[in-house]
Every structure is written in structure tokens, then in C-alpha cells.
Design a protein around this ligand. Sequence first.
Ligand SMILES: Cc1ncc(COP(=O)(O)O)c(C=O)c1O
Length: 384
Amino acid sequence: MTAPKLGRSTIAIHGHAEPLKEHDPVVFPIMQSSTFVNAVGSEREVLYSRYGNNPNQVAVARKYALLEGAEDAVFVASGMGATALAHLAVLRPGDHLVASRWIYGGTQRLFDEEFGRLGIAVTYVDAMNPRTWRKAVRKTTRAIFVETPVNPTIRVLDLAPIAGIAKEFGIALLVDSTFSSPINFRPLEHGADIVITSATKYLNGHSDVIAGAIAGTRSVIEEVIRLMRVWGQSIDPHAAWLIERGMKTLAVRMQRHNANGLAVARFLEKHPGVSAVSYPGLESHPDHEVAVRTLDGFGGMIGATLKGGTAAAERCLKRLRLFVHAPSLAGVESLVSEPRLTSHKGQAKEQLAAAGIAEGFIRLSCGIEDAEDLIADLEHALAR
Ligand SMILES: Cc1ncc(COP(=O)(O)O)c(C=O)c1O
């Protein structure tokens, strides 16, 4: 008898759902141990937490692979670690990477400051124009990287044409889908080869862990694990346990993030102090059609440009009480930040403008509080 296909909420709670025996703990315990006993003379796999085969590391990776619909997955010590290792798994010195111009500032720094040193060339292309992607492909191109939904402007890319180009040229498509979580969007279903996520965000969801994850085919994940072992990037067992616990509520958290995101975006759209709102669930969003077609939810992230520029943004941020002014996002508590001073710090005005970050732009991460309270908080902060 084949096992029933489980829903995402069930998977997020039970993972592989192996039957429990009498006196088994219901909650998978933390194995806070760096090392594990070996039988003398045994040729069997050696367990060591830097190798990523501590039972907590294995359990969280299995659950995440199931949620993404991937053959395999691995967690590492940060989202940036995941981005770095995923790329190093498919690129060698002399190779070329085509990357979307709309990416997280940290990822851009990795490409600009480190990849050149490793002999990997990067060409940035207009995320919304697949013709420029095709033109950018060279003989040495081995991978395409995109981020969707985009941090911090919440634009949504249609992966299908980009995946088509990757397939045509036989190159890997890597997608950072941190802003959606596998509940709202699963890039592998849309032609991606490798998914990268900052598990610091929605997967863990409680703003108390830094971690990243990569999902894809077994052979890609084996290569990532090989690199993780030699570059020393494994996740701590306690962090793995916390994420595994956080993931149990991922599906219900996302439902609430989606509902609160839409309610807050609709409020901001009508507010006279706000000149632009970017939320894929709004009919006014430039990618609304793509978002409706490809996402299962629009998430809790909103980009908003306040009338009055930087001064208005600072005034609002100082008056907010529930939206905490802090970098990071996607936790149960609402957070807000100014990307020009956080994710895109140090970028010139023109670069910020090209990334869609106008003066007075703030990025809101709607948590799972009561929507009315979040709206009241913003109403107070934006009042003249
Ligand atoms: C889209 C995206 N990718 C990757 C990262 C890096 O994640 P971490 O801070 O866990 O290294 C971030 C962090 O904000 C992000 O927003």
C-alpha cells in the first residue's frame, strides 16, 4: 500500500511521519553533541556535527526537502552561507554567472567582492526582460541566479521564461525564495534546479536563529555537503532543532502573514502620506498577474514609499510601536527597516534607484499580530 500524499501543514509538523513506539518522545529531542560513538573497526558512516549528519541536522533537512518537493536538502549556518555554497557547488574558476540585478545587498556583495577573486565572472541583467538574459549567456555560463519575491521591492519574477533559457543552454537555475517560504511558492515546480532560503526568516519564523538552507537534487546536495564540511559551515544542532520546531507552524503562520500583509497593504495604499505601495496581492502591483498565477500566498512583506522622503520615513519609524525597527524579517513579530541603511547600505543613489528604492522607502515585515493593531500602529505613526 502506498503512503497517502500528505499536505504541507502535515509535512511541516510530522516530516516523514515514522510511527512512534511506546515511550518514544513525541518531540524529536536535541542531540547537542558534537560527536557520536563509533564501533571500533567499523567502516560505517562517522557521525560528527560538522559533517551535517547529526540527527537534528538530518531531521530538519528532510522536512524542508519534502516541503520544497526536492530530492534532498541541507541546512548551513546562515542564508549567506547557503547562497555561497549553492553557487560554489555549480561554478568553477573560469565560469560565468548570469544574475538578476534585483537581489539582496549581501548577495550582491558576495558576487562583487568575492566571485571575481575566485575567477567567476558575473553579469547582471534586467530581471523583467528575459531577452537580456539570453543575450548575457556565454559559452562559459554555468548558472543563472534570481531572487523572487525580490528584497526589498517585493517584485515577483515569472520563472518559466528564465527556466526555459536555463534548460535551452543546459545551465543551472538557482532561486532564492526566502520571501515566499515553500508554503507560498516552490521554485522547483517552476523549473528551478536549486532553491536557496535564509531559514533565519519564515522557516524558523521566531527571529531567534541565523541559518540557511539549500534544496535540490541528491547530487547537488552531496556537493554542497562536501563543501560545507571543508569550509566548516554546518548548522549547530540547537539551531537545527529550533528551526524544526518553528517549521511545525510554518503553514498557519504563512496564512496569517498573507492575511496581515494584504490588510496592511490595502490600508497603506489609501493613506495620503504614502506615495507608493508594493505588495503583490494588490491589483496595482506591476506583477500582480504573475503573483496570482504562481504564488499560493502573497506573504507579509510590503515595500512603501512615504511622501516627504527620508525625513518622513524617519519620523514614521520613530513613532511606530508594534513594528520594531530592526533588520531581518519574516518573524512572528512585525519588523520594519530602511533598506538604504541595512540590506542595501553603502549603495549610491543611482544604484538604489535602479533597485527600486526611492527616497522615503521603507520595508515592512508584517508579523502575525492582530491586523487591526498593526494598522492602528501605522495610522498613529503616519498621522500629521
Ligand atoms: C532574500 C535574502 N536572501 C538571503 C539573505 C541572507 O540571509 P542570512 O541573514 O540568514 O544570512 C537575506 C537576509 O536578509 C535575504 O533577505
